[in-house]
Design a protein around this ligand. Structure first.
Ligand code: AMP
Ligand code: ZN
Length: 490
């Protein structure tokens, strides 16, 4: 274990406080993060949350913990949206695309994996699916009925929120009050089979036309979304585990329900540290597929979108995301991405310069102090923007060493190189190679765009069309804006 691991502080969204991190078993961490519902392509907001937990996973591993990181794939299950409406998202998408539900699941799981790979995220250690754990979900439902916290109604099984609240506190995670929740709930059609509108489905009866359904003691049906995470986290991490994460919007009802299910089934508190990543916004509004206010990662990387006038490298996008703390809201904009691109290039250039620096007799910079500050930032609830500020401090002193204004002895120079590499590549998970590729591509494209503009100014349409057509053949599309021409990929 790294000696600095004892100083890790985590903001626990349940207690709303920063707490010293003490794992259940010394040296080990169990972490569960809610994965995507694979009925559509993950958007950049979803990606932000998954990359936030990639950073956390990487840092815990760096500190020397043996982490078991579990992130599920929701490939079946009953979903309730923010307004309390019930949808079977995968079933609906399969009708829309006229393909089997499992084809929907496969298509969007493949996309999800390929995007995370493009952004150099470490895959989880276990990636369980809801459909692979139907038996466990049926068993968990039976147990909740036996414990008196659930009831069957018309082929569906519901969690009895009021019963649970007699002994426990429903709303303890999201700070909600059950009486207020009940008062604010509209009575919706089809909910009358519940004792109370706040009760949520553990098992849902399937209509005859429903494709993804399974036999159960209550007839043919499918499991509830909240139950899947309770069952899979318990199976792979135990009845009580260290960290449970997800986006802020999952706190209620999803995580509140998970917490209630866990306590009602085992009598134990299922999670020690709840961690919630904040939202990525676009034009100041939460990025969300259902409202259409979203952009896909591949649209941003290819430049093939109507929001930005150029393509961005995945590492620039990742760097942009980490320039905000995971608990802060972050807005995606062209200016912010351009600034991150400059910053990322500055950092990569400094790393190249660092390799050319030679050691001197003595040091004029306190490297150990700087290194400690880097760890301090990450130990303070994974504060990546402060860490990045420290890395920028390093780029400044690397340049002043190059200019002969400062110096490092061999030991300090080695320490600086190792620490920079550890934080930039192992912990932030950035990659250098794609940076120089995209830098060169942008430069070459600017030359071609300038040549085409020159040809157009001279009314040499043959040459200007030839440049455009040959680029199109190569899969690169020129977009003529009011004042400038940008490019994207087909
Ligand atoms: P879903 O597939 O909708 O369950 O979303 C997958 C993950 O992305 C969840 O942890 C969500 O909380 C998270 N998420 C959804 N929208 C955003 C957003 N705009 N910014 C950050 N995370 C988000
Ligand atoms: Zn979940």
């Amino acid at each position: 274990m790294n000696s600095l691991s004892s100083e890790l502080i985590i903001f626990n969204s349940k207690t709303k406080q920063k707490e010293k991190f003490v794992p259940i078993k010394e040296g080990f961490v169990g972490m569960y993060v809610c994965g995507p519902t694979v009925y559509s392509k993950v958007h950049l907001g979803n990606l932000r949350t998954f990359l936030s937990f990639d950073l956390i996973n990487r840092y815990l591993k760096h500190l020397g913990y043996k982490v078991r990181y579990v992130r599920n794939i929701t490939d079946a299950g009953h979903i309730t949206d923010d307004s309390g409406n019930e949808h079977d998202r995968i079933g609906n998408q399969s009708k829309l695309e006229k393909i089997e539900p499992m084809e929907v699941v496969q298509k969007y799981t493949v996309y999800f994996h390929s995007i995370l790979d493009t952004f150099n995220a470490i895959p989880p250690d276990v990636e369980p699916t809801a459909t692979g754990h139907i038996v466990e979900q049926i068993e968990a439902t039976q147990k909740l009925i036996e414990n008196g916290y659930a009831y069957e109604s018309n082929g569906s099984v519901y969690f009895d929120v009021l019963k649970y609240n007699q002994e426990h506190n429903y709303g303890e995670l999201s700070n909600r009050n059950i009486e207020e929740l009940i008062a604010n709930t509209r009575e919706l059609d089809g909910q009358s089979e519940k004792k109370n509108p706040q009760d949520f489905a553990l098992w849902k009866k399937a209509a005859p036309e429903h494709i993804m359904k399974w036999n159960s003691p209550w007839g043919k049906g499918f499991p509830g979304w909240h139950l899947e995470c309770t069952v899979m986290s318990c199976k792979y991490l135990g009845e009580t585990f260290d960290i449970h994460g997800g986006g802020m919007d999952l706190k209620f009802p999803h995580h509140e329900c998970e917490l209630a299910q866990g306590k009602a089934s085992t009598g134990k508190n299922p999670v020690n540290y709840w961690m919630h990543a904040n939202m990525l916004t676009l034009n100041g509004q939460k990025m969300s597929k259902s409202t259409g206010n979203s952009i896909l990662p591949d649209e941003l990387l290819s430049g093939n979108n109507s929001l930005f006038n150029k393509a961005y490298d995945p590492m620039v996008v990742k760097f942009f995301l980490y320039q905000a703390h995971y608990r802060s809201v972050l807005d995606l904009s062209q200016d912010a991405l351009d600034a991150s691109e400059k910053g990322f290039n500055r950092l990569m250039n400094a790393l190249e310069t660092l390799n050319q620096i030679e050691a001197k007799e003595s040091s004029t910079i306190d490297i150990n102090n700087w290194k400690e500050e880097c760890y301090k930032a990450m130990n303070d609830d994974f504060n990546s923007p402060i860490l990045i500020a420290k890395l920028f401090d390093a780029t400044k002193f690397i340049n002043s060493i190059k200019d002969g204004k400062d110096s490092l002895n061999q030991e300090d120079l080695d320490e600086l190189k190792t620490t920079m590499n550890v934080f930039v590549f192992d912990i932030l998970g950035l990659q250098a190679t794609s940076n120089s590729d995209s830098k060169h591509l942008n430069l070459v494209m600017q030359i071609l765009i300038d040549m085409r503009n020159h040809a157009r100014n001279q009314k040499n349409w043959e040459l200007s069309d030839d440049i455009r057509n040959r680029l199109t053949e190569a899969g690169i599309v020129l977009k003529d804006g009011k004042n400038e021409t940008s490019f994207g990929f087909d």
